[in-house]
Ligand binder design. Structure first.
Ligand code: ING
Length: 315
């Protein structure tokens, strides 16, 4: 039986600082309806899709900080998105800022969920690799304060059964770390979906480095897809958002590493592709047959021989 999933990468253009949740959900519903018109099974929305990328600002007021987070999912406004998904019979991925009461305390995470076509939450992921700093870098016009507003995710990198296969999630900076894909690849992920908010030029990068932002974006996702023989779907919040240029080029990437669909604007834009979850099978049986070729017993030896280098956490 073929395991073809028609995936819609639903890129978003800028979300203004004071744009209401309702207005943003209207945009998400419009993209979901477009996906319905092209018979998508799954729609992938960006990281922190419900708001502007607020970690670029130093916010001191607790009430304002909390205003960026969702205390429940689905909530009042987001419930409309769940209802529309059920009406259209479409599953979706959504990134949002999660505020939760767990283990006797309040915790805040950069979170994503996978929701099935009947509106049930299949799985949740909380961002592990939080870039930037907890304290503002004084001379930077734009900050990157995710370490200030979010805790490190505590759910690991699970994969979830869906569409007859296994779907994993990660979020933005996670995609730059090879471990992210391999941990899910080792679990047999057929597809990894993710959202990103990537400013051009982080931590006052020199212009020549900032110019490589789009190249690095695709480089890491294509490598992750190829080296783990799985689909990777990366979806941006793009465009000139509150004074900062955010990269776009949301992409659907095959297990061969090829980009099979890509957004070309910096606005709300949907691209779709029929993703065959069996497309990675040949690679997994040959080049990336983990059981046949990986030699994990030697990896530790390499570390032992080289010892703790300047780039490795001390023992
Ligand atoms: N954003 C960026 C990302 O990893 C960044 C942070 C930008 C890191 C540029 C390195 C270079 O795409 C988030 N939200 O993680």
């Amino acid at each position: 039986m073929s395991r073809i999933v028609r995936v819609g990468a639903a890129q978003m253009g800028p979300v203004a600082r004071h744009e209401s949740r309702g207005a943003v959900v209207d945009r998400l519903i419009a993209l979901m309806r477009q996906a319905g018109e092209t018979a998508c099974d799954l729609v992938v929305f960006p990281e922190l899709a419900l708001t502007s990328f607020f970690p670029r600002w130093l916010i001191e007021d607790e009430e304002e900080i909390d205003s960026w987070f969702e205390d429940e999912m689905p909530g009042t406004e987001t419930g409309r998105l769940f209802d529309e998904a059920e009406r259209l019979g479409i599953a979706f991925h959504l990134g949002y800022a999660e505020r939760t009461r767990e283990n006797g305390g309040i915790h805040r995470y950069n979170t994503s969920i996978l929701v099935d076509s009947s509106g049930g939450i299949i799985g949740k992921y909380r961002k592990v690799h939080l870039p930037g700093t907890a304290e503002p870098i004084s001379d930077n016009p734009g900050q990157h304060l995710e370490k200030r507003y979010f805790e490190v995710g505590n759910l690991g990198f699970p994969v979830f059964p869906a569409f007859g296969g296994l779907i994993g999630m990660c979020i933005c900076n996670d995609r730059r770390w090879p471990e992210t894909y391999r941990v899910m690849g080792l679990q047999g992920a057929d597809m990894i979906v993710l959202g990103y908010n990537t400013p051009v030029g982080l931590d006052a990068e020199p212009p020549e480095a900032a110019a490589l932002a789009p190249f690095h974006n695709h480089l890491v996702m294509q490598a992750g897809a190829y080296q783990n023989a799985c689909w990777v779907v990366g979806v941006a919040k793009a465009g000139h958002e509150e004074g900062y240029d955010m990269i776009g080029q949301s992409a659907i990437i095959a297990p061969t590493g090829e980009i099979v669909a890509m957004c070309r604007t910096f606005a709300d834009e949907l691209v779709a592709h029929d993703c065959d979850l069996d497309a990675g099978k040949h690679s997994r049986d040959t080049v990336f047959n983990f059981a046949a070729h990986r030699r994990t017993e030697h990896y530790g030896l390499i570390v032992e021989r080289t010892g703790v280098g300047p780039r490795m956490a001390p023992p």
